[in-house]
Design a protein around this ligand. Structure first.
Ligand code: ZN
Length: 165
């Protein structure tokens, strides 16, 4: 059983054991908690998302030595450099989730471990320049969590401070 940094509760499906009814694929692993016995509360889930969002930076702001959370490996990797894709030098138009579009450039992101990925200069990644920056953002999210109601909404008295973020 592992508790998370953000507010969690004992899984109501398995009662914290991590086990539930047996099936051939996953054995007795509980689907309510993935076998951990705990799950984030609504408040914890909102605060965790706040933390993850606070880490997002466009690649144009990421420098050599910064760390990016690589979703493929599920770990932080150190950036070697970012360069414009020499084979695709023309600007491209990217449509964002909110329906707007903008022009950007294709770039190649190289990690110190030799892995590289092709992406766009305006693409956002979860990135930090130092461990201090990561801890600072984590603490800000834990502070934010304290200002949330049980259902994960910002308490009325704090709504002004965070408006527009
Ligand atoms: Zn469970």
């Amino acid at each position: 059983m592992t508790a998370t940094i953000f507010e969690s509760e004992v899984c109501p499906r398995c009662g914290g054991s991590g086990h539930y009814s047996f099936n051939l694929v996953d054995g007795t692993k509980c689907y309510g908690c993935g076998g951990s016995g705990h799950r984030l509360t609504k408040r914890g889930a909102v605060a965790k998302q706040f933390y993850l969002d606070s880490l997002l930076k466009p690649l144009s702001e990421i420098k050599s030595g910064d760390k990016i959370f690589d979703t493929f490996y599920s770990k932080w990797l150190t950036v070697s450099h970012v360069e414009r894709d020499p084979f695709n030098p023309d600007p491209i138009t990217v449509r964002t989730e909110d329906g707007s579009s903008h022009q950007t450039y294709r770039v190649n992101l190289f990690y110190k471990n030799g892995r590289s990925i092709g992406t766009s200069e305006s693409a956002k990644e979860r990135s930090v320049s130092s461990e201090e920056e990561r801890i600072e953002k984590l603490n800000a999210a834990l502070d934010y969590q304290k200002k949330l109601t049980k259902t994960g909404k910002l308490m009325k008295k704090f709504q002004k401070k965070y408006a527009g973020i």
